[in-house]
Design a binder for this molecule. Structure first.
Ligand SMILES: *Cc1c(COP(=O)(O)O)cnc(C)c1O
Length: 386
């Protein structure tokens, strides 16, 4: 039976489809990795965030098996009731030590961590200053906090400085992706910290794509940012760490405050403790992961060299595993992505509104698990498709 609200929704769906904006899911069988079976087709994947190849790593799988016998499957309660397991607690301590911050708090996802941190840190009398290319979860978090929300042009710290200086807000927070998720470039951490110090703001850095990869795996914090009490650091744990969740590392009082106030921490069931046990093993692998990071670095160099002369698109400047190939129009990006898919190569087209209009791109991500042959295959296909 049809009714007016449903037919409006059907019209909106049809409009998205007509504009090449429709989102669809593909179904993966088996384990995540660079060689995967998706919608029944065997493909080489250039789109996961499993940058170190840890998602199906044997040591992590063994840690999961061992933990399962020790703690069962479900956490059974929220962290503030009886859900906070020794495994969660031990991971937080190990993580804080690893990144050189006094304390840490484990959330179920990065999205929830961002909502939790910003809503706990600022309210109606606060102001959030965010880079225009920040991840959607940071935008949503700023809006949910009820604080004024001011955005500055990507990387434009002169504009940010003017905005901070003009602010009358009591609590100010500068919020930035540390590695920008759709562009792959890195935030100017020390310059942001200078501004935060000069104009008395917190600096909240979301390192979803840098943790595990940059600086011996410790992520994108500089030494100054590591030792600054006004820097609050977020690593997500479903990307290079290969598991799930997110962890905030900061001054002890900030962590205590989050435990009091961060609603996405308080009002949710704790994540399965076996995941935290896997994360302890993942941290060990990341700490000892120089070989993986070197392999990743070589693949990045190989791709950039191989695509230097490409006619129908150009790689954006990036030293990270995120290597976007700028195309322009949504339809062109989709067409290229489909042509690659026909050759067994999986590279997603990222379109408006995820990225600004006319900057549709193929978002290539590389992993330490890619072979030189995998990357050669992609380079060859992109030149051939021209
Ligand atoms: C992926 C991502 C998140 C969300 O993390 P999840 O753990 O996947 O919810 C947050 N911020 C950035 C920059 C991301 O890329």
């Amino acid at each position: 039976m049809s009714f007016a609200a449903l037919s409006r929704l059907q019209q909106r769906l049809a409009a998205r489809q007509a504009d090449h904006l429709e989102r669809r899911r593909s179904v993966l069988d088996g384990t995540q990795g660079v060689h995967v079976t998706i919608d029944g087709q065997h493909v080489v994947s250039f789109c996961s965030n499993d940058y170190l190849g840890l998602a199906a790593d044997a040591a992590l799988v063994a840690a999961a098996h061992a933990a399962l016998d020790a703690c069962g499957v479900g956490a059974g309660a929220a962290h503030l009731i009886t859900g906070h397991h020794r495994f969660h607690h031990d991971f937080e301590a190990a993580f804080a030590r690893f990144v050189g911050k006094p304390a840490a708090l484990l959330f179920s996802t990065g999205y929830m961590a961002n909502l939790g941190v910003l809503t706990a840190l600022v309210g109606r009398h606060g102001e959030v200053f965010g880079d225009k290319l920040n991840h959607a979860s940071l935008v949503d978090a700023a809006q949910l906090s009820g604080a004024s929300f001011t955005r500055y042009r990507h990387g434009d710290l002169a504009q940010l400085e003017g905005q901070l200086a003009a602010s009358r807000a009591q609590d100010k927070v500068i919020v930035s992706d540390l590695v920008f998720s759709m562009d792959g470039d890195i935030a100017q951490v020390d310059a942001l910290l200078d501004l935060a110090e000069r104009l008395d703001a917190w600096l909240y850095l979301d390192d979803a794509h840098g943790f595990g990869v940059l600086n011996d795996g410790r992520g994108g914090l500089t030494e100054r940012a590591r030792s600054s009490d006004r820097v609050i650091y977020l690593a997500t744990l479903g990307k290079a760490a290969g598991v799930a969740g997110a962890v905030v590392a900061a001054h002890e009082n900030v962590i205590d405050w989050l435990i009091q106030k961060a609603r996405p921490y308080i009002y949710t069931t704790a994540s399965p403790p076996l995941l935290a046990a896997c994360l302890v093993e993942s941290l060990r692998q990341i700490g000892a992961g120089d070989v993986r990071r070197e392999r990743l670095r070589r693949r990045i160099a190989q791709l950039r060299e191989g695509l230097a002369g490409l006619k129908h698109g150009s790689l954006m400047p990036s030293v990270t595993p995120i290597q976007p190939l700028l195309i322009g129009a949504n339809a062109d990006a989709v067409r290229l992505s489909q042509a690659l898919r026909a050759r067994g190569l999986l590279v997603p087209a990222i379109r408006t509104p995820t990225v600004p209009a006319d900057t549709a791109r193929l978002r290539i991500t590389l992993s330490a698990a890619h072979s030189a042959g995998d990357v050669d295959q992609l380079i060859g296909a992109l030149h051939a498709i021209a």
